[in-house]
Design a binder for this molecule. Structure first.
Ligand code: ADP
Ligand code: PHD
Length: 540
């Protein structure tokens, strides 16, 4: 690049499994290509092995809780830290060739792990780990991952600089917690984005490798943002640098019409609106952290989800204006449109499929580990305080309601089934003050999402008819005011079957010849529904 200063920034975020498995590939095949035409800033998560549940962040969280629960003489805590140290040293040795770079990195890893041992030892002595301390412990995962990634880049001949964001939040930021909602204010996010932008824009020659951990934030990073906070860090950085694009690199090609690991015929969605992507992430397709979209999209910066194992793929673009994105505007990788005269019959059938796609919902998703709480008012007359009492209780227990369905005297709520037994018992005891309470566990939320759905007459009927014919029992139904999402709660054991049935009947593009003349795909599907659904037994 001749004039690097005027080149816009490109922010790339790499998830835990990507840095864990493909650090060398990221440096060699991805970063080395993009730096030719862009100023690249890299944000990394803590390393994971095959899955996030076996990753560094989980190991750190376990070590922090074991520091308090393990008996005095047990070496349980240091056992966890030793494992962490061994894994990172092994990762360093298997990806770095230069002995000098490797030695320096190994020393760093040992120093960081010693810091953790001392921290946990101190916590054991005072018998307390505050939320702030837990945040700091978790932040070590990103520090280690970024140190390894920086050395891998240097080892591949790319000049890189490690940057920690753990002190980016000023102490005065405690005022940035909205006292009525206990959530972080937009002015907090604006402030952090600007501070990140200032710090990173100084590294024009080197590739900055930035920790996705940016705590401790007021009220705790883990509590305010939750797991997956590195997506938000990359979004704030993209805003602060006014980046041309935020790329989130994962192990899937992008956002699909359903989880590709559960539905074999799921299709990649080339462009999706932020609202749809947000609904999908809230309801189980956790491809991007929900807070990410809001920050980036309000600045009109597109987000592209890409696959580390398939860097040539176009991925999925989350774009404030999906039609513009299809024309290739604003994005880093254009999606070119061919002139009509050069199109083959095959292209025409592709165009027909594209037309059909526009008249279908966008995707179906499933959120597992759900329980349903039913509360039946015990008052004989209507009580205006009934709902207020229930929501007040949920708020005190910090319980987030995923779906709700109400009548004047009855409330059904789907919540995440993650509360400990003691807390759940206390919650139920409190709710009993409002009425009789019943709990249904092992449930899942099934959501059909699409921005076109408000104009689709009959889509809800089709969804529920499909489930009925597949013998899937529905526990509760909910459709949000935006109408871009129709959700229901079903038994968890039916989730994959239901996902496949809905995908087959509400999202599958039928071959051109399979549709009758002058009839909409809905008319066709309505009349073919009984034949489309095969009869069990189900093999899902
Ligand atoms: N609609 C969807 N489209 C793409 N992936 C989905 C969808 N729903 C669920 N998923 C799952 O989300 C996961 C995201 O990718 P992964 O690379 O594993 O995440 P991370 O980078 O956070 O470790 C995949 O395991 C995929 O199966
Ligand atoms: N390491 C953190 C933060 C994160 O963002 O992870 P990932 O990018 O792998 O979802 C976690 O496990 O939650």
């Amino acid at each position: 690049m001749s004039d690097k200063d005027s080149t816009p920034w490109l922010v790339q975020k790499y998830g835990g499994t990507s840095v864990g498995k493909f650090a060398v590939k990221i440096a060699k095949d991805i970063v080395s290509t993009y730096i030719n035409d862009h100023k690249v800033a890299i944000v990394c998560s803590a390393r994971s092995g095959s899955t996030k549940s076996h990753g560094t962040t989980n190991l750190l969280l376990r070590a922090s809780s074991e520091a308090l629960t393990r008996p005095e003489k047990s070496n349980g805590t240091s056992g966890g830290v030793n494992l962490l140290q061994d894994e990172h040293i092994f990762a360093a040795r298997s990806s770095i060739r230069d002995p000098a770079i490797l030695q320096e990195l190994e020393d760093e890893i040992e120093r960081d792990c010693e810091w953790l041992r001392n921290f946990l030892f101190a916590a054991k002595i005072i018998d307390e780990i505050s939320l702030r301390s837990r945040d700091s412990i978790v932040g070590l995962g990103e520090r280690l991952a970024c140190k390894i990634m920086t050395c891998v880049l240097k080892d591949q001949g790319i000049d890189a600089e490690y940057i920690s964001l753990e002190d980016i939040v000023p102490p005065s930021a405690s005022d940035d917690l909205d006292t009525t909602t206990s959530t972080l204010t937009q002015s907090f996010y604006n402030h952090i984005a600007a501070a990140m932008g200032d710090r990173i824009s100084q590294c024009t020659a080197r590739v900055p490798v930035i920790t996705g951990f940016f705590g401790p934030v007021p009220g705790s990073l883990l509590r305010q943002i939750g797991r997956g906070y590195t997506d938000l860090a990359s979004a704030l950085l993209a805003v602060g640098l006014n980046a041309s694009e935020l790329q989130i690199w994962k192990e899937v090609d992008g956002i699909f019409t359903a989880d590709p690991r559960k539905v074999a015929t799921a299709r990649l969605i080339p462009v999706i609106s932020p609202d749809e992507a947000a609904e999908l992430t809230y309801y189980g397709s956790e491809v991007v952290h929900p807070f990410t979209m809001e920050q980036v999209i309000q600045r009109k910066i597109p987000i592209r989800i890409k696959n580390v194992e398939n860097p040539q793929g176009g991925g999925t673009v989350i774009h404030p204006d999906p039609e513009l994105a299809l024309g290739g505007l604003n994005g880093v990788v254009d999606i070119p449109e061919e002139p009509a005269s050069q199109k083959s019959p095959h292209d025409h059938s592709l165009a027909a499929a594209d037309e059909q796609r526009k008249r279908l919902p966008t995707a179906v998703t499933i959120k597992e580990k759900i329980m349903v709480l039913n509360v039946n008012s015990n008052r004989k007359s209507v009580s205006h305080g009934f709902l207020a009492g229930i929501f007040g209780t949920l708020d005190r227990f910090g319980v987030v309601v995923d779906l709700i369905s109400t009548s004047e005297v009855h409330v059904s709520m789907a919540i995440e089934d993650g509360l400990g037994k003691k807390v759940l018992d206390q919650l139920v005891a409190e709710l009993r003050k409002s009425g009789t309470v019943s709990i249904h566990r092992d449930m899942a939320i099934l959501s059909l999402v699409g921005k076109q759905m408000p104009n689709m007459v009959g889509i809800a009927g089709r969804m529920f008819q499909t489930l009925a014919q597949g013998n899937v029992n529905i526990e509760m139904i909910s459709q949000g005011a935006s109408e871009i999402n129709i959700s229901c709660v079903i038994q968890a054991r039916e989730a994959v079957k239901a996902l496949n049935l809905i995908h087959l009947n509400c999202l599958q593009i039928k071959p051109e010849g399979a549709r009758g003349r002058g009839q909409s795909p809905f008319f066709q599907a309505k009349h073919s529904l009984t034949t489309v659904i095969p009869v069990g037994p189900w093999l899902f």
